[in-house]
Design a protein around this ligand. Structure first.
Ligand SMILES: [Zn+2]
Length: 316
């Protein structure tokens, strides 16, 4: 059976050892002084989102060369394969890697080349979703243009970054053009902001919702009555890309037992299980699966199998 991970950030999933190697190779000083690189990147007990996000400054700094991106993409797909995944969707904000010697196309080609090498060895299929950074209007504009220009080399488009105050409809024109060009849309929503943000993502053409976990706020748990957004998501089986550990680390929920994934499954939502940022959250899909098991979800493998049916890779 095919098994997929649909929500995993390339810059959040470097192997700690690879980060160390690349820092030495490129003489990236902030990491050269770090003794235990794994602990340095592990933001499990972050006090704030800022502290969690600070780690990305260092991973993206190592992603400005073709061969680095190629290696990071290969290893991400290899790691997914080692954990039983056959379809891997990776996402990345390409402008972090664009510089005088790297065009947006070079960035996409480098990542795809790494994915291809992994496919040749292991058979795992991987595809790239481009992310615009929603707190930077120009960034989203540019990345949406890149996504359209190179739509045959990618599998989708997303907006990442701080959700609150940056509703998808700020980029309504971009989303409209992306849809006209048949670029698949998944949008981070219902994590840092609530149900209104999920509705706004749907209104702008999202076929899947990144996280979407706060859809639970549109359901009256006492009466079982659904609001209009929850009704729509359920009836249309819009997949929610759930990332349990990440939600705990960004302090959305205090504890695993507070996480609503089990409730959402019991309500029959289309749920996929994902990793988000493996390096910063010290996780992988095996760990997420055992967390799900501990939350009394019976058939965890089935979650990964249905995820494969939601994959944008199926369109290629
Ligand atoms: Zn994410």
């Amino acid at each position: 059976m095919n098994k997929a991970v649909l929500h995993d950030h390339l810059d959040g999933g470097l192997r700690a050892n690879t980060a160390k190697d690349l820092a030495i190779k490129d003489n990236y000083k902030p990491l050269l002084e770090v003794e235990d690189i794994e602990t340095f990147f592990n933001r499990e007990s972050s006090e704030s989102l800022e502290d969690y996000l600070e780690a990305f400054v260092h991973t993206t700094a190592l992603m400005t060369k073709y061969e680095n991106l190629e290696r990071i993409a290969f290893e991400a797909a290899e790691d997914m394969h080692q954990h039983g995944i056959t379809h891997y969707e990776s996402r990345y904000a390409p402008l972090y890697s664009v510089n005088d010697s790297m065009t947006p196309e070079n960035v996409i080609d480098a990542i795809n080349s790494g994915f291809k090498q992994a496919e040749n060895i292991y058979g795992i299929k991987s595809g790239l979703i481009l992310c615009g950074m929603r707190n930077d209007i120009q960034n989203v504009k540019l990345v949406s243009e890149i996504a359209i220009e190179f739509k045959d080399k990618i599998i989708g488009f997303d907006i990442a970054g701080p959700e609150l105050n940056y509703l998808p409809s700020l980029f309504a024109n971009e989303f409209k053009k992306l849809q006209e060009n048949n670029v698949n849309l998944t949008i981070h929503a219902g994590e840092g902001d609530g149900v209104n943000s999920i509705q706004d993502a749907l209104d702008n053409g999202a076929k899947r919702i990144g996280h979407g976990v706060r859809i639970i706020e549109d359901i009256d748990l006492k009466t079982g009555k659904f609001g209009s957004t929850a009704t729509y998501i359920l009836e249309n089986q819009i997949p929610l890309e759930i990332c349990i550990t990440s939600n705990i680390h960004t302090n959305m929920f205090n504890d695993f037992t507070d996480h609503p994934i089990k409730k959402l499954i019991d309500f029959n939502f289309a749920i996929s299980l994902n990793t988000d940022n493996r390096l910063m959250s010290n996780t992988n899909i095996k760990k997420e699966s055992s967390i799900a098991k501990n939350l009394n979800i019976e058939n965890v493998d089935n979650l990964l199998e249905v995820s494969a049916s939601y994959s944008f890779l199926n369109n290629y």
